[in-house]
Design a protein around this ligand. Structure first.
Ligand code: AMP
Length: 477
């Protein structure tokens, strides 16, 4: 079974005559969360309708002939991002299953850290899987539950799964939203007149003209029916630990989290970086688009302004989207070009939000030097990423993460920067409004920097144990 990690965006709408069209718009606003494929399932109260496509929402769901095939006042949708290259049409969400209790459709943002383990048990028990996605495990668990009503079946399944998840679930009478017990992945509730909306981020509410109501709490199930919104909290109460990466990179800058825009958070990260690691330079240049807010915050802090020393071509997808390293590096070149006249003979502070494999920095720094830059001081508005993610963000395995392979000086040499500094973990928490990281119960899910995984990555640990056993056997032989 190939392993799929998904970041993804979800959307759902209840009781609106334009349900499918508004879902397409919502998915369009969430396009940054996944660009490989998209899908919408609608329901007219009796029947379900499903349309799934490879590619962007705007290229697939704007044409009325597709939207006409999605009648009904209820709909959920999904943008998909996978990293394994296993971009099979059957893995495109929302998934649909005809259960004994009626039809059910599921959209999932996140990654289950015990999906493989659960799947093995389900398969042993006779389940027949149609896809390689961990989301199908959720559907299978719901189907297998012996409880009678659908909400209890869902709760049954939720008690078995672990990891990061935000779900939008549709039955013929209900729209259901769920966030994992730590609230690792985001989900918000909005309203357009009498229609409730669920979305991964507030930017999807804005596009459909929905008013933001509130976030779905960590560990909360919201059930939207004709009689309104009901909330259930079946899990033991935990403090929320949202994924820090939503703030650093993943969410759209105009989305609002806890009354503060992601843009503002990113500017604060940049300002904190400036207090920690400023250096004399001629220009402050962001890596567009991801480094722009942090660079603005940095420049404001040191009383300068940013300069667009790198120009981004918006007609290529995110660098990460390409499955192989070779194509990925080419992607960086296609995506960025240097403003030669500006950078020539200049000493530059180059700012990006994060450094993962180093692909972007290596290419951009090389291009800057080729265009005559004298010095390039790379400043990263988050700490070094040393640990992989298992809850739905695409970070590669440990051996591919630059910060886990090299020391700071090793990384600097690898990317050929004049100097290199990352924001410290304390600086990160300061920028997020805390005096420091609460080491006994961190305010965020920050394992990428700290290795502190709030939920045991069961699948990954078992694989590692197996691998270790094999290498042990090999070294003994
Ligand atoms: P890399 O080129 O591998 O060092 O990745 C760093 C670049 O990718 C930065 O410009 C980030 O904005 C961006 N990035 C960081 N995390 C992710 C992610 N999970 N998916 C896609 N891009 C990312």
């Amino acid at each position: 079974m190939s392993r799929l990690k998904e970041e993804c965006g979800v959307f759902g709408i209840y009781n609106n005559k334009d349900a499918a069209t508004l879902t397409a718009l919502g998915l369009h606003a969430l396009q940054h969360r996944g660009q490989e494929a998209c899908g919408i399932v609608s329901c007219d109260g009796n029947n379900f309708y499903s349309e799934k496509r490879i590619g962007l929402v705007g290229d697939n769901f704007t044409k009325s002939k597709v939207l006409e095939k999605l009648p009904g006042k209820f709909a959920i949708g999904h943008n998909r991002y996978s990293t394994s290259g296993n971009n099979l049409i059957k893995n495109i969400q929302p998934f649909f299953a005809d259960l004994h209790s009626g039809g059910i459709s599921v959209s999932h943002n996140g990654n289950l850290s015990n999906a493989r383990h659960l799947r093995n048990a389900l398969v042993k028990d006779g389940s027949i899987f149609q896809t390689t996605s961990d989301t199908e495990t959720i559907v299978q668990l719901i189907a297998k539950s012996k409880r009678t009503n659908i909400i209890n079946k869902i709760i049954d399944a939720l008690f078995k799964i672990q990891g990061g998840y935000a779900l939008a679930i549709l039955t013929n009478k209900k729209l259901i939203g769920v966030r994992d017990p730590y609230g690792i992945r985001p989900l918000v509730i909005g309203k357009i007149k009498n229609s409730y909306v669920l979305a991964s981020e507030t930017c999807a509410l804005d596009i459909v003209g929905a008013q933001f109501i509130r976030h779905v709490d960590n560990g909360e199930i919201v059930i939207i029916t004709e009689s309104g919104l009901q909330s259930l909290k079946p899990f033991p109460k935990l403090k929320e630990r949202p994924c820090i990466f939503e703030y650093i990179y993943f969410s759209r800058p105009d989305s609002i989290i806890n009354n503060i825009s992601v843009y503002e958070y990113r500017k604060k990260l940049g300002a904190e970086l400036a207090s920690e690691a400023d250096v004399k330079s001629d220009l402050i240049v962001p890596v567009p688009d991801s480094g722009v807010p942090a660079a603005i915050g940095y420049a404001e802090k040191v009383g300068k302004s940013i300069e667009l020393g790198i120009i981004r071509n918006h007609y290529v997808g995110r660098t990460f989207i390409e499955p192989t390293q070779k194509i990925r590096s080419l992607g960086v070149k296609l995506k960025h070009s240097i403003n030669k006249a500006l950078v020539k003979n200049k000493s530059i502070i180059l700012i990006d939000d994060s450094l993962v494999r180093g692909t972007t920095s290596v290419k951009i720094i090389k291009m800057l030097y080729e265009c005559g830059a004298k010095k390039v001081h790379l400043r990263i508005a988050s700490p070094p990423i040393k640990y992989p993610d298992y809850y739905g963000i695409d970070t590669p395995s440990k051996k591919e993460l630059l910060a886990s392979r090299y020391s700071l000086e090793g990384m600097r040499k690898f990317i050929n920067a004049t100097t290199l500094q990352f924001l410290t973990i304390d600086g990160l928490y300061k920028a997020m409004g805390f005096s420091k990281r609460n080491s006994s119960y961190p305010q965020f899910t920050d394992h990428c920097f700290t290795g502190d995984y709030p939920v045991e990555p069961i699948d990954a640990n078992r694989i590692n144990i197996k691998k270790n056993k094999v290498s042990l056997m090999l070294s003994n032989s």
